[in-house]
Design a protein around this ligand. Structure first.
Ligand code: FAD
Length: 409
C-alpha cells in the first residue's frame, strides 16, 4: 500500500518519505486479483498498460457444480472497455512494478530496513513525530506534517494513536496453492516458468519444501485463461490463471476438519470437487488460512491517517482487499494534498475521506461475505445452483460481472 501511496503523493506534488521494515522485497504471491477500478487508477498514473501486459487478463469466469457439471459463464467483456477484464499478477510482482516506478519518479523516497516503533503526538500541534529504528538498532525521530499509516493489520501506528479495531474471524478455513499447468493457450511450458519465484523459494505463509517445478501435471489445463468457481455441495473451490503457466487453487475446507489441511488435502479436494488432478510435487506455493474482517473505529486522528489493512481487513474470498486499500489510499492522499495546499480544513477534507472510504470498505466487506456465503456448504446445493444457473442466463449476469469486478465502488 505504501508504495502506491508514494506514487500518488508524487503525482499530487507532495514531499514524502516511505519507511519500510523489510530490507528486501518479499517474494509472496498472496494477492493476485487487480480489478478495473484499480486499473483506471493505474491509467491515471500512467502505468496501467505495463501492468496489463505483465499479468493474465481474465475475460471470463466459469461456474461449475462439480466435475464435468457446468453452470454457465460470466463474461467480463460485458464491462466497459478498455478495462473489461480482471488482471492477475502475483503480489510480489505488483510490488516490484510499483517500486521500479517509485525509484524512477521519486528517487530516494523509499527507505528500506527502517521499523517505525512509536507514534508521538497523534493529535494537536503542527506536526507529528515517529520514532524509527534502522539497521544496527540506531533510533531516530522524524517529524512531518502528516503520517499515512500503511503498516498492515497489526498497525503499530493505529495502536499508538489509540484507534479502536473491531471485527474477528469467520468460521470458514481455506487452503490455497499455485501449480504449473500444461501447455495451454497463452501459457508457457512448465519448464519455461520464469515469472514466479523458483520452486522451494519462500512464497506465502508456508512454502512447499519438496516442490521441484520440474514435472508437468497429470492433466493439461482445460480452463485456459478463464477463472473458475466450483459451487460443490462440500464447499467452494476457486481457480485463477496466473502468468507463466501457473494456476491458483483456493478451496474451502470441510467444516471442522479432523486434522488441519495440508498440501495433500488441497490436492484431494481439487480432485474430488473439480475432477482436476494436481501434482503436489510441482506446487509453487501453499498456504492455509482463516478469513477475517476488521474495521478501524476511525480512519484518521489528528495528523495520522490510515490506509490499507491498517484501516480495514476484508475476507480474501473475492480478492478485493488490496484493491480496496488502493482506492481508499487515493482518497486519503487527495484529501491530504488539499489540506497541505491550504485549500480546505483537515476536518472537511479528512472527514469526506473518512465517509467515502468507510462506505466503500463496508460495501467490499458485504460483497466478500456474500461471496463466501454463496460458496458455503449448504443443505440445498441443487437449489442454490439452479438459481446461479438461471442468473447466468439472464441480463442479471451483467450485474454479477460488475459485482465480481468491483464496479461502482
Ligand atoms: C490469502 C490472501 C489472498 C489475498 N488475495 C487478494 C486478491 O487477490 N486481491 C486483493 O485485492 N486482495 C487480496 N488479499 C488482501 C491483500 O493481501 C491485503 O489487503 C494487502 O496485502 C494489504 O496491503 P497493506 O500494504 O495494507 O498491508 P501489508 O500487505 O500487511 O503490508 C504492510 C507493510 O508495512 C510494513 N510494516 C509493518 N509494520 C511496520 C513498521 N512498524 N515499520 C515499518 N514498516 C512496517 C510491512 O513490512 C509491509 O511491507 C489477499 C489476502 C490474503 C491473506
Amino acid at each position: 500500500m505504501g508504495l502506491l501511496a508514494g506514487l500518488l503523493a508524487h503525482e499530487a506534488g507532495l514531499r514524502f518519505r516511505i519507511l519500510e521494515r523489510d530490507p528486501e522485497p518479499r517474494p509472496h504471491s498472496r494477492a493476485i486479483g487487480i480489478h478495473p477500478p484499480a486499473l483506471r487508477l493505474f491509467a491515471r498514473l500512467g502505468f496501467a498498460e505495463d501492468f496489463a501486459g505483465s499479468g493474465t487478463q481474465i475475460r471470463r469466469g466459469r461456474g461449475f457444480a462439480g466435475p464435468g457439471a457446468p453452470l454457465g459463464s460470466l463474461d467480463f467483456g460485458l464491462l466497459p472497455p478498455p478495462w473489461n477484464f480482471i488482471l492477475t499478477l502475483p503480489q510480489w510482482r505488483t510490488e516490484a512494478l510499483f517500486e521500479e516506478r517509485l525509484h524512477a519518479r521519486a528517487p530516494g523516497a523509499l527507505f528500506r530496513g527502517i521499523t517505525v516503533t512509536e507514534l508521538i503526538e497523534a493529535s494537536g500541534g503542527a506536526s507529528v513525530r515517529v520514532t524509527a529504528v534502522g539497521p544496527g538498532g540506531a533510533s531516530r525521530t522524524l517529524t512531518s506534517r502528516y503520517v499515512l499509516a500503511c503498516d498492515g493489520k497489526r498497525s503499530v501506528l493505529r495502536e499508538d494513536a489509540g484507534i479502536g479495531w473491531r471485527g474477528g474471524p469467520y468460521p470458514s478455513r481455506y487452503l490455497m496453492g499455485d501449480f504449473p499447468v500444461g501447455d495451454s493457450p497463452g501459457h508457457g511450458a512448465p519448464g519455461a516458468v520464469r515469472d514466479h519465484p523458483a520452486a522451494g523459494e519462500p512464497e506465502g505463509s508456508r512454502g512447499h519444501p519438496e516442490a521441484t517445478g520440474a514435472s508437468p501435471p497429470a492433466d493439461p489445463d482445460p480452463l485456459g485463461e478463464d477463472a473458475a468457481i466450483y459451487l460443490h455441495p462440500r464447499g467452494l473451490v476457486e481457480s485463477f490463471p496466473l502468468v507463466s503457466g501457473i494456476r491458483r487453487w483456493v478451496v474451502q475446507e470441510e467444516e471442522a476438519p479432523p486434522t488441519p489441511g495440508d498440501l495433500s488435502s488441497l490436492v484431494a479436494v481439487v480432485a474430488d470437487r473439480c475432477g482436476v488432478t494436481l501434482d503436489s510435487r510441482t506446487c509453487r506455493m501453499f498456504s492455509a488460512f482463516g478469513v477475517e474482517r476488521y474495521l478501524a473505529d476511525r480512519f484518521w486522528k489528528g495528523r495520522l491517517v490510515l490506509a490499507g489493512d491498517a484501516a480495514h481487513v476484508v475476507s480474501p474470498i473475492g480478492g478485493q482487499g488490496m484493491n480496496l486499500g488502493w482506492l481508499n489510499a487515493d482518497e486519503a492522499v487527495t484529501a491530504l494534498a488539499r489540506v497541505l495546499r491550504g485549500e480546505t480544513s483537515p476536518q472537511e477534507a479528512l472527514g469526506t475521506f473518512e465517509r467515502r472510504a468507510r462506505r466503500r470498505a463496508r460495501e467490499v466487506i458485504r460483497r466478500a461475505e456474500q461471496n463466501m456465503f454463496m460458496g458455503n456448504r449448504r443443505r440445498l446445493p441443487r437449489l442454490r445452483n439452479q438459481v446461479f444457473r438461471l442468473v447466468l442466463r439472464t441480463p442479471l449476469r451483467k450485474v454479477l460481472a460488475r459485482r465480481f469486478s468491483m464496479h461502482g465502488l
